[in-house]
Design a protein around this ligand. Structure first.
Ligand code: ZN
Length: 318
């Protein structure tokens, strides 16, 4: 996966063939290394950074595909059954994990682990609750849904990185020291990112963001922001006309100047709100995956989170 640029010519030549036979030559396991299968990009990133050259990481969800819509095929089950470690986010992101784990043959030695473990999860729909309680009370316990977007906050990404490190050590104890050294380096970068988010967002004069889907709950909680989403926890939820009116009213009353959209979801609704409220558009990336273009450009979790911070600071200025 490291030699993406190198492979892209070959891959584009193979696309017709791949589409016809339905295999993905990228998802190859390597003998002699610890094979780690991850459900989606943020875990692929963490496992690659911490595993280094001791591991071969296979990401199940291909570039440019929204994880909320994705379900595994039988080949993904085959790959996982031959790997040593399967990492998934949990917290309701991958609705398919229970079936997937049950479908795996027993006694393969595969270790499976949930990487959102240890993060205080956000329950319910804080946005709707806010409408119910005008006094700004937040009671997140009476909702049914869990917000799965843990990785979008550098604070919870640090917890996830520690979980990935622990799982790698469990799967390949012989390389414990390598994993710990790589982890320490990454944890330092995540900590620096966290501190930058903390200090810069604390100094921002505005605190409310209007986003396309409700993916920034952990970011908002951890850095003192208020998130208003055009759609729900999943980007394909259809907002009602009165929801859009409410968002437009909020934009006007809060003096919001930018509406955030994301690259893997149609920007139509964000555009509608922006033209209705005479505001501008900016990207805020939930980093649920890389687009093929970002992958080619060598973008990663850290570089995209830096861009998110810059765009947040632009949107939250006076
Ligand atoms: Zn999402």
């Amino acid at each position: 996966m490291r030699s993406i640029k190198h492979m892209s010519l070959l891959l584009s030549a193979m696309i017709v063939f791949l589409a016809a036979c339905g295999t993905n030559s990228d998802k190859t396991l390597v003998e002699g290394k610890t094979n780690v299968v991850t459900s989606f990009y943020p875990l692929y990133y963490l496992a690659s950074e911490i595993g280094g050259d001791r591991v071969n990481v296979v990401n199940l969800i291909p570039a440019g595909v929204e994880p909320h819509d994705w379900t595994p095929k039988s080949q993904d089950l085959t790959i996982a059954s031959k790997a040593q470690l399967f990492l998934y986010n949990g917290a309701g992101l991958e609705g398919w994990t229970d079936d997937f784990l049950n479908g795996l043959p027993k006694n393969t030695g595969l270790i499976t682990a949930e990487m959102s473990k240890g993060i205080e999860l956000i329950h319910g729909n804080p946005e709707e609750e806010e409408e119910d309680h005008d006094h700004g009370e937040h009671d997140h316990d009476h909702g049914l849904d869990v917000d799965p977007h843990t990785w979008v906050s550098p604070k919870s990404a640090m917890v996830m990185a520690a979980n990935v490190k622990d799982s790698l050590i469990q799967a390949d104890p012989a390389h414990k020291e390598d994993f710990e050294a790589n982890y320490d380096e990454l944890a330092g970068k995540l900590e620096a990112l966290n501190e930058e988010f903390e200090s810069k967002l604390a100094a921002a004069p505005h605190k409310s963001i209007v986003v396309s889907h409700q993916a920034f709950g952990y970011l908002a909680r951890d850095y003192g922001l208020t998130q208003i989403a055009i759609t729900g926890l999943s980007p394909d939820a259809e907002p009602r006309a009165q929801d859009l009116l409410k968002v437009a009213k909020f934009v006007k009353s809060e003096g919001i100047k930018y509406i955030y959209f994301e690259e893997m979801v149609s920007p139509d609704l964000a555009k509608t709100i922006a033209s209705e409220t005479h505001t501008k558009l900016l990207v805020l990336n939930p980093i649920e995956g890389l687009t093929p273009k970002q992958e080619k450009a060598g973008e990663d979790y850290l570089s995209l989170m830096q861009k998110n911070l810059q765009n947040l600071l632009t949107g939250l200025q006076e």
